[in-house]
Design a protein around this ligand. Structure first.
Ligand code: AMP
Length: 193
C-alpha cells in the first residue's frame, strides 16, 4: 500500500486535487474534515463535540482524527493506497501516523504540498463559502483563526517531512483549477515509487 499526504493551508486546493489524484492512481481519498462533517450531519456525540471546535476554526483533538484514520485504513481492498487530505495537521499526528503505519509494516511515501499565500486563502475561502456554505468558511475572524492555527500547528510538518526526504511542493496560485491540477499531477510524477 502507498500512503500519500495532501498538504497545504486551508483553501490551497487539497480536496479538489485529491479527487483527481485518487482517481488517476487508484487511491482512497480520506479527508478528515469531510469525515468530521459527516459526523456532524449524522448528529453523533463525536460530531457535536467536534462542531464547536470546527466552527471556531480550531483543531479537534489528535486522538479523534487518528481514530478515524485507523478505521479508514482497515478498508484497503481493491486500491493501491491512501491519499490523506487534511491529516496530519500537527506534529503529534505526523509522529502517530508514522507509528500507526510502522505497526502495519508501512510508511508515508510522499507529501504533496500546495502552497498559496495567506491573502489568497481569504479570497478562496470567501468564494467557497458562497458555494458550499460551510460554517467555518463564514466569517473573516474564523478564517483568520484557521490561518493562525495552520501557521502555528501545521506548518512545522514541512520541516518534519523535509527531514524525512518526503516533502514535495508546488504552487497553487494559478488562476484556474486546471492549471493548478497540472502542477499537482506533475509533482506526483516526481515522487519516487
Ligand atoms: P478541512 O475540511 O480539512 O478544512 O477541515 C475542517 C476542520 O476540521 C478543520 O478546521 C479542523 O477543525 C477539523 N480537522 C480536519 N482535519 C483535522 C485534523 N487532522 N486534526 C484536527 N482537526 C482537523
Amino acid at each position: 500500500m502507498k500512503y500519500y499526504i495532501m498538504f497545504g493551508p486551508p483553501g490551497a486546493g487539497k480536496g479538489t486535487h485529491a479527487v483527481a489524484l485518487a482517481e488517476k492512481y487508484n487511491l482512497r481519498h480520506i479527508s478528515t474534515g469531510a469525515l468530521l462533517r459527516d459526523e456532524i450531519a449524522a448528529g453523533t456525540a463525536l460530531g457535536k463535540e467536534a462542531k464547536k471546535l470546527i466552527d471556531a476554526g480550531n483543531l479537534v483533538p489528535d486522538s479523534v482524527v487518528e481514530g478515524m484514520i485507523e478505521t479508514a485504513f482497515e478498508t484497503a481492498s481493491g486500491i493501491n493506497g491512501f491519499l490523506l487530505d487534511g491529516f496530519p495537521r500537527t506534529l503529534g499526528q505526523a509522529k502517530d501516523l508514522d507509528a500507526i503505519l510502522a505497526k502495519r509494516g508501512e510508511k508515508v511515501n510522499g507529501v504533496i504540498s500546495i502552497m498559496i499565500p495567506d491573502s489568497l486563502v481569504y479570497e478562496r475561502i470567501a468564494h467557497r463559502a458562497l458555494i458550499e456554505g460551510r460554517a467555518d468558511d463564514a466569517s473573516p475572524e474564523i478564517i483568520s483563526n484557521r490561518i493562525k492555527t495552520y501557521h502555528a500547528q501545521t506548518e512545522p510538518l514541512i520541516a518534519y517531512y523535509k527531514e524525512a526526504g518526503k516533502y514535495h511542493e508546488c504552487l497553487g496560485t494559478k488562476p484556474t483549477i486546471d492549471e493548478n491540477r497540472q502542477l499537482v499531477l506533475e509533482l506526483m510524477e516526481q515522487i519516487p515509487e
